[in-house]
Design a binder for this molecule. Structure first.
Ligand code: C2E
Ligand code: CA
Ligand code: CA
Ligand code: CA
Length: 275
């Protein structure tokens, strides 16, 4: 029995050590990606549910030639503080890309940028966004910020303050991953958000015929509060049809498009222009 206990301890230790190594390895990858400019942004179209046209794009980060998921490395970036330089790179890159599309006379669509916890509470965030927009002469109304509810719950008052500053600049705010956390619709009454993004898991759970009223109810409450609703992770036509029927304003998912490289976005926008 003694031996058993010891073994269990060893295994626990080894797991800890390997998790630590894994984290350390990812941190190194992130530092190098910053140094050698290996981060890339992909852009996934968000579709206007009524017209079927592209309404705007969500910027999603990748590391060049790496299959490491942002769901994993953003977490490590948050824990190590690297989220600040990485997040700044994302903001800068998205705004520069916007400027290029304006210069090339593409039909201009907004870009939504994901902002995670420690980045959102960075006291220089608002000024950094303002400066980047100013430098590139990009209209703030073209920019949307996506934050998750858990971020807001951490420090309600501070969060509301930051959101108000962004809103004063005419930047829109979307509440991401809605329905995954402590989601209470009540929150929406005092958070100055413009939009909620229903999480894929919520949609997967309630898209069935017998529970579609749940979706309908959430959308209806959101609309009652003056908020737009995006359904994300839409993969099938039948889902899309139901989501339209319950009056979701925007749809996003592989059914329409995977996240695209900027040159593929340009090809897509060119086709739209020539229509
Ligand atoms: P998210 O913001 O909730 O992004 C949605 C995720 O769903 C993206 O994964 C997207 O590629 C994926 N997706 C889109 N359509 C579908 C679909 O039809 N089916 C399925 N199964 N998935 C779909 P991705 O790009 O791997 O990003 C994962 C998470 O990493 C994001 O979740 C976000 O939390 C974070 N992230 C990504 N880019 C950034 C960034 O630039 N900054 C920050 N702070 N976080 C980011
Ligand atoms: Ca998002
Ligand atoms: Ca999401
Ligand atoms: Ca998510």
């Amino acid at each position: 029995a003694k031996n058993n206990g010891k073994n269990r301890c060893m295994m626990f230790d080894e797991q800890m050590t390997s998790a630590f190594h894994e984290r350390f390895k990812i941190e190194k990858i992130l530092r190098e990606a910053l140094e050698y400019q290996r981060f890339r942004l992909l852009y996934q179209p968000v579709i206007d549910a009524q017209t079927g046209a592209i309404a705007y794009f969500e910027a999603l980060i990748r590391i060049q030639d790496s299959s490491l998921s942002p769901a994993v490395f953003i977490q490590v970036a948050e824990e190590s503080g690297l989220i600040i330089p990485i997040g700044r790179w994302v903001i800068q890159e998205a705004i520069c890309q916007q400027r290029k599309w304006i210069d090339a006379n593409y039909p201009v669509k907004g870009i939504a940028i994901n902002i995670s916890g420690n980045q959102f509470y960075d006291e220089n965030l608002v000024a950094y966004i303002a400066n980047s927009l100013d430098e590139q002469k990009v209209d703030p109304a073209l920019i949307e910020i996506e934050i998750t509810e858990s971020v807001l719950i951490d420090n309600k008052e501070k969060a509301i303050n930051i959101m108000k500053k962004l809103k004063e600049m005419r930047i829109r705010i979307a509440l991401d991953d809605f329905g995954t956390g402590f989601s209470s619709l009540n929150y929406l009454t005092f958070m100055p958000v413009d939009k909620i993004k229903l999480d894929k898991s919520l949609k997967d759970k309630f898209i069935r015929m017998e529970s579609i009223q749940v979706m309908e109810g959430i959308v209806s409450v959101a609309h009652g509060l003056g908020l737009m609703v995006v359904a994300e992770g839409v993969e099938e036509e039948v889902e899309a049809n139901r989501l339209k029927r319950v009056k979701c304003d925007y749809l996003q998912g592989y059914l329409y498009s995977r996240p695209l490289r900027s040159n593929d976005v340009e090809r897509l926008l060119k086709i739209q222009t020539n229509l």
